[in-house]
Write a new protein. Structure first.
Length: 117
């Protein structure tokens, strides 16, 4: 693995990219300063949303158990949601606000999206 965290969505994910259910591998990442170990950043309890450098901001969750980290050394527009146990819960290769909100609501970190008739 390189110094970036690979992300992708669906069947178009790069070879070796962590999939939902996989343990997120450790890597050297930058969140606006010197490189740090990813697992060290994920040591805080809760869900962590890892945004690639050019990713759109995630929907507001207003849940203190959700931490958003933008990985400035990881080019792309993807996002990986990491569960409290360090495993990938959700990923997308580009913005998917509905998918992310749906996943966050399933784990109790966001209100359920409205049901459309």
């Amino acid at each position: 693995m390189t110094g970036t965290v690979p992300v992708g969505g669906g069947d178009t994910a790069p070879a070796g990219a962590p999939r939902p259910g996989d343990r997120l591998p450790d890597a050297a990442v930058s969140v606006g300063g010197p490189a740090q170990r990813l697992h060290g950043l994920l040591a805080r309890p809760g869900v962590h949303l890892l945004l690639q450098r050019d990713a759109a901001p995630p929907p507001d969750t207003a849940d203190p158990r959700v931490t958003v980290l933008r990985l400035s050394n990881s080019p792309g527009r993807g996002l990986v949601a990491v569960r409290p146990d360090g495993h990938v819960g959700f990923r997308c290769g580009a913005a998917d606000p509905a998918g992310l909100t749906g996943w966050l609501s399933l784990i109790g970190a966001a209100p359920f999206p409205p049901v459309r008739p």
